[in-house]
Write a protein that binds this ligand. Structure first.
Ligand code: N01
Length: 842
């Protein structure tokens, strides 16, 4: 048994929410965080001027309406200290601290195939096991310092913006060199220039920047905005970038040039990168349209920077605007008008080395007291590659990603079962509002973990073919845009030797979410779900009592009895169940069948029920009757709100195959024709009755018979092969049915073994499962029929038949009918009923 359900690496926005989401779902979770505080990127990047370029109203969690109402952001764009305060408030408010371990870096995580669990080792040498490993290490955490010869000889201090001293740095009176003019450099530069004696900005690539127009939050605006926060969040989730934007919806190239200029100017005045770039639909896909916007921005630099030579150097020309992260600043370009700021072009004269007193370029020496590196990150894969992650067969993730990081849906790397990456490679991640994408991923992962548990699967792993197809799609979408044209960190171009791969999904946050939801709805299409070691739970005490009672009675096995004797025992046992709930009416009918009248009982829970369920009782086609199943069928009628026709089909061995199947089908035809009157019809059954329901659904499809809204199968017999693992696991005489019993049932029902592979006897053998009605499957763990139920669900999913599967980990074969005796039976019947009710009501 693993120590934890989920181990999470990192406690930034993603890890914090993961702790909350998993814990709220009843899972045990622990997040390991290298920092001495939570916040991830917002903990580490505390350089002066650090500020988010997504508006605070968007860059915040949406999972708690109360949180979003109570918290007030002081500014349009939040500064780093405020974001950090917010995250600490969230941890306080939701009591997350006990499940977050600070000052602990995840050093390694390795998958144990035999145990179906991860061993996560931390830098203090401790280790913990977990069923699932979730990386929340972030896309921009592995900072990089260029390897400049002589850096170690520099006499003054040097800093990387992503490891800024907590107590700050006083640059007053110092000559400071800043290397790097990306989003970070552009933010930190004016702050340093304001106090330093002199700031030298070493620029390799000029960058575009739009104004923030940052301002204090207006309380009246805030109140009005918050009144409609929920619907705003909904729009954000369905939007392209995770922020609801109002673009013109038209291509710039189709507009009169003067109008384009005016629209751009309006957005420039309003501030903000996303609304500016999102003004026209073609800016990021058409170079001509992009040039219009780029030239507009260059004009703004020209009119801001007083010295034309400096302005010229600051004009970005080497890549389309937006294909590198668009920077935001209200004061960066104007800063170059200060006498204490010098722009140094290291494109034409590159940095060569560092010595004790300063920096050398190819054509000059700059005497410096301090150095600041704003040189970015080994993005997307860097932080995860710093952990020794090993999947199936001990294969390192770094090796799997040698040609570039990849993951199915950008969340699950193939070869690494039960591992998920929040905002991983192949997801919208850094090209979206990260908080929206983080919440979507965490919730999707949580649901996947819960699905696995509820269905008895031990492992969930992306299929390599699904990962390949997804990454090909990611690439195809990216190459329809201008993004790959830039030497950006998006493609790994900033890290020497890193493979050039574009790994963000540009299909849009909303469509991406829809695709993820579709995959989940199809039973996690593209994932292999494996149930090895899934259930270590013991038999539920209530079920054990039933088994103990049967053992104490000490009767011979059924196959030593005559069918009549076996039936009498079943009838006697059914009396222990007691009466089922009252229904509005019960009437016995005789259904005209091909081979004569078929007795049946119609339970009507209410006078005008919305649908009809045709129910086939279990009992190995040999024992059982409508009377014996009275209590559980009543319960199903009440739970579903539908009329239920319980069918006394002919029993074997007196009536061998296909008698029961024929009766079952005739009963459906009658119910659909005579009883339903246009109402939706469902087939249902347990055990051998589940077999008849499945076969009836197949026949209805094959014969163009009645349309079915749903098939409800409780631990159905789907195949004649008695050699499955579950048959061997639960072969003891202490169980209600074992291998020998099933062999007897098959001998009675289909005496000729060769005939048992007929799909109308073994529906798992049907060559084609397409076009069948949706399946609601109930299975239990301690059951020889367990595995054939799972296989049936897998076949259905493969045929794109919707499947809802409920697995009861501590239950035994037959439990579905033990209403009154087992809480799980009451629960299973009422859950199945609720699904039928929902389906028939459409
Ligand atoms: O890093 P970057 P960043 N010699 O990689 C230069 C997010 N963020 O920390 O362009 C000389 O963008 C490099 O030059 P070049 C945001 O997503 C958000 O600034 O490679 N120079 C470049 O100028 C952002 O995109 C916010 O030629 C070297 C700079 O260093 C991401 O973080 C704020 C060099 C690196 O720029 C990363 O931004 C801050 C070398 N050897 C960050 N190596 C907001 O929300 C690199 N450079 C506002």
């Amino acid at each position: 048994m693993a120590d934890l359900d989920v181990a999470v690496a990192g406690a930034g926005f993603a890890g914090i929410y993961a702790v909350h989401a998993f814990r709220s779902a009843g899972l045990t979770v622990r997040a390991f965080e290298a920092g001495s505080g939570i916040g991830g990127t917002w903990f580490w990047n505390r350089y002066p001027g650090a500020r988010c370029d997504v508006e605070s109203k968007d860059y915040s969690y949406s999972f708690s309406p109360e949180l979003e109402q109570d918290w007030s952001w002081s500014e349009r764009y939040p500064a780093q200290p405020e974001v950090l305060r917010y995250l600490n408030h969230v941890a306080d408010r939701f009591g997350l601290w006990p499940d977050i371990q600070l000052n602990t870096r995840v050093a390694a995580a390795s998958w144990d195939t035999d145990q179906a669990e991860w061993t996560v080792t931390t830098d203090d040498g401790a280790s913990v096991t977990a069923r699932f490993f979730v990386s929340a290490v972030g896309c921009l955490s592995a900072y990089q310092v260029p390897s400049l010869p002589g850096l170690e000889t520099f006499a003054g201090p040097w800093y990387h913006t992503s490891r800024w001293p907590a107590d700050g740095v006083d640059f007053t009176g110092l000559r400071v060199g800043l290397i790097g003019t990306g989003s970070t450099g552009i933010q930190v530069a004016p702050e340093v220039a304001a106090v330093a004696e002199h700031l030298y900005v070493f620029q390799r690539t000029a960058n575009f920047a739009v104004p923030n127009r940052n301002r204090a939050t207006d309380p009246a605006w805030e109140a009005a905005f918050k009144a409609d926060y929920r619907s705003y969040r909904k729009k954000a989730q369905g939007s392209f970038l995770g922020v609801p934007l109002t673009g013109t919806g038209r291509p710039a190239l189709a507009e009169p040039p003067a109008e384009v200029q005016q629209a751009l100017m309006e957005r420039w005045q309003a501030g903000g990168g996303m609304p500016f770039l999102g003004a026209y639909t073609d800016v990021l896909v058409d170079r001509d349209a992009n040039d219009i916007v780029a030239e507009f921005m260059r004009d703004r630099i020209r009119e801001t920077v007083a010295d034309p030579a400096v302005a010229e150097l600051l004009l970005p020309r080497s890549y389309p605007v937006g294909s590198k992260r668009l920077c935001q600043s209200d004061d960066y370009f104007a800063m170059f008008n200060r006498p204490n700021v010098t722009l140094v072009d290291i494109r034409s004269a590159p940095l060569t080395s560092v010595s004790a007193r300063g920096l050398h370029t190819a054509d000059a020496f700059y005497e410096l007291d301090a150095l600041v590196f704003a040189t970015g990150f080994d993005a997307i894969s860097g932080a995860l590659n710093q952990i020794d992650v090993r999947g199936v067969g001990g294969v390192p993730l770094a090796e799997t990603w040698a040609a570039g990081p990849r993951a199915y849906l950008g969340v699950a790397p193939a070869g690494f079962p039960n591992m998920f990456i929040v905002t991983g490679p192949g997801s919208p991640s850094v090209l979206s509002n990260m908080v929206v994408s983080i919440e979507q991923h965490v919730e999707w992962i949580r649901d996947c973990v819960l699905y696995a548990g509820a269905h008895g699967y031990a492992t969930v792993q992306a299929k390599p073919s699904a990962e390949d197809a997804w990454m090909a799609h990611v690439t195809e979408v990216a190459y329809a845009t201008l993004f790959p044209l830039a030497d950006s960190w998006y493609v790994g171009a900033n890290i020497p030797g890193k493979p050039r791969v574009f790994t963000c999904y540009l299909g849009g946050v909303g469509p991406y979410r829809a695709r993820c939801d579709e995959v989940a709805a199809a039973g996690y299409e593209g994932f292999a779900l494996d149930r090895r070691l899934a259930m270590s739970s013991s038999i539920h005490p209530q079920a054990q009592l039933i088994l103990d009672g049967i053992a104490a009675a000490g009767g011979p096995p059924f196959w030593e009895l005559t069918p009549e004797q076996a039936r009498a025992i079943v009838t006697a046992n059914s009396e222990h169940i007691g009466a089922g709930p009252d229904v509005a009416s019960v009437r016995d009918v005789v259904i005209p069948g091909q081979a004569g009248g078929i007795p049946a009982r119609v339970y009507s829970p209410v006078p005008s029920a919305p649908g009809v369920v045709v129910y086939y009782h279990g009992g190995g086609w040999v024992v059982g009757s409508v009377n014996d199943w009275d209590a559980s069928v009543r319960a199903l009628a009440v739970a579903s709100g539908c009329d239920v026709v319980s069918v006394d089909y002919r029993l074997a061995p007196e009536h061998a195959f296909p008698a029961a199947a024929d009766d079952a089908y005739d009963a459906l035809v009658w119910a659909a024709g005579e009883l339903a009157n246009g109402r939706p019809v469902v087939v249902a059954g347990d055990s051998a009755g589940g077999n008849l329901a499945a076969v009836t659904a197949l026949r209805a499809r094959d014969l163009d018979g009645p349309a079915l809204a749903l098939q409800v199968l409780a631990y159905p017999v789907t195949d004649c092969d008695l050699d499955r693992k579950s048959y061997h696991e639960y072969d003891g005489t202490e169980f209600l049915v074992n291998r020998r019993d099933m062999a007897w049932y098959w001998d009675c029902y289909v005496p000729d073994p060769a005939a048992r592979v007929n799909p109308y006897a073994s529906p798992l053998r049907a060559p084609d499962m397409t076009g069948l009605p949706p399946l609601y499957l109930v299975t239990d763990e301690h059951d020889p029929l367990r595995d054939e139920g799972f296989e049936y669900a897998d076949r259905m999913r493969a045929a794109r038949v919707p499947v809802e599967h409920r697995h009861y980990g501590s239950q035994i074969h037959g439990f579905f009918t033990f209403v009154n005796l087992l809480d799980d039976a009451d629960k299973a019947v009422s859950e199945a009923g609720a699904t039928i009710r929902a389906v028939v009501k459409g």
